[in-house]
Design a protein around this ligand. Structure first.
Ligand SMILES: Cc1cc2nc3c(=O)[nH]c(=O)nc-3n(C[C@H](O)[C@H](O)[C@H](O)COP(=O)(O)OP(=O)(O)OC[C@H]3O[C@@H](n4cnc5c(N)ncnc54)[C@H](O)[C@@H]3O)c2cc1C
Length: 351
């Protein structure tokens, strides 16, 4: 697998990595193909994931700027086409209690509201663009994977309710069985906001909106060199040179050390991997995830999972520490073992 700490760029016009999402997304929406010839533009955006595409859409819609998006491979070839599919209120790994202690209640409130707005932006894109991305009803559970985590989840609920005026609620273990059965199920914090969808379909939908608003999306166009002068930025791609007054870097954890000196040594990619089971029987479903909500657990290196519309389970977690090791079967085996620990009824299930 491409490793940004070692490789010069993520390749050129590579197909999507094999995944459940790529298999079930249907036909891709149109893009503008590779760059052909040199061109001067106002804004160039490197990377066609959610960040680059949403940036292009908002620049066009709200500022009349018709940006050009340069993508090395395919639209959403990176994380945006192969993620866990949860759109939820989430802002990193600092627990709410630590956030309040460190920055105070006002800042924590503002931060929380920004995360809610981000979720509303996603909802708004799906609604306004009429994006058919299999969006599921809202509901997120943070599941106590050990009994000793219950008290801290209840404290967290108190902070949400009292400080953020947000209706999170604690679900006792017995009541949780209706949506989350299995062994590691000691109760959960329920958040009413947050939903899952088909991530690749979502990205394609945002691309369609961005192009309709006047942006262009060039796939198969890795930026292989970047120099800057008073005239602007010179981005070299195999098909031509784009000169831009401004550049947006939307390359996420795929940013190579060679893209720009200002970014060298500043990006540390963190890997995550996902397995997807075969469709479950009715009995397996009842003994694992009778509900279809977004689930994640209370481990430090957490697992996230959901039941898909075709009754498979998607199950993800942290894995390889570098790209070269990502295809080691050990990571798949570890995820499967964790899935079966949580849901013993799924022992031996094909993934
Ligand atoms: C397994 C997994 C599960 C995840 N689950 C969730 C989840 O459930 N919920 C959630 O909110 N987030 C999740 N994430 C994170 C989420 O997917 C990312 O934060 C998000 O997709 C990032 O979007 P992006 O547009 O910033 O980057 P990406 O979608 O990664 O796009 C970056 C693009 O830049 C391109 N690029 C890089 N270098 C160059 C170059 N030199 N020239 C041209 N193009 C270049 C790449 O080809 C790539 O397509 C998950 C991530 C992973 C890996």
């Amino acid at each position: 697998m491409y490793d940004p700490l070692v490789d010069a760029n993520p390749g050129r016009a590579q197909p999507h990595a094999p995944s459940y999402w790529a298999d079930t997304a249907g036909s891709p929406v149109a893009d503008d193909g590779p760059v052909r010839g040199n061109e001067d533009v106002e804004v160039a955006i490197i990377g066609a994931g959610y960040t680059g595409l949403s940036c292009a859409l908002h620049l066009a819609r709200e500022h009349g700027v018709r940006a050009v998006v340069l993508e090395a491979n395919q639209t959403a070839w990176g994380c945006s086409g192969r993620n866990g599919s949860f759109a939820r209120i989430s802002g990193g790994r600092v627990p709410l209690v630590a956030l309040i202690e460190r920055y105070g209640a006002d800042t924590a409130r503002q931060y929380f509201n920004e995360m809610r707005q981000a979720l509303d932006t996603t909802r708004g894109l799906i609604r306004d663009g009429n994006i058919d991305c299999d969006a599921q009803p809202d509901g997120v559970y943070k599941v106590a994977s050990k009994a000793i985590h219950v008290e801290s989840l209840k404290r967290e609920m108190g902070l949400y309710n009292d400080l953020l005026d947000y209706p999170a609620r604690f679900v006792e273990a017995a009541d949780l069985q209706a949506v989350h059965a299995g062994a590691e199920s000691f109760g959960a914090l329920h958040m009413p906001d947050g939903f899952s969808m088909h991530p690749l379909k979502l990205a394609w939908g945002v691309q369609r909106m961005a192009r309709e608003a006047g942006a262009r999306v060039h796939t198969g166009s890795p930026v292989t060199a970047w120099t800057s002068s008073a005239q602007g930025h010179r981005l070299v791609t195999p098909g031509g040179v784009i000169t831009a007054r401004k550049v947006v870097v939307a390359t996420n954890g795929y940013t190579s050390r060679q893209l720009h000196p200002a970014l060298t040594g500043r990006i540390l990619p963190v890997h995550s991997q996902i397995i997807v089971t075969r469709p479950m029987s009715a009995a397996e479903k009842q003994a694992s995830l009778p509900g279809a909500d977004c689930m994640f657990d209370t481990r430090n290196l957490l697992f996230y999972y959901r039941r898909l519309p075709d009754d498979r389970i998607l199950f993800g977690g942290r894995s390889a520490v570098n790209g070269r090791d990502a295809e080691n079967p050990l990571h798949r085996e570890r995820l499967l073992a964790a899935l079966c620990r949580k849901f013993p009824a799924l022992q031996g299930i094909d993934v």
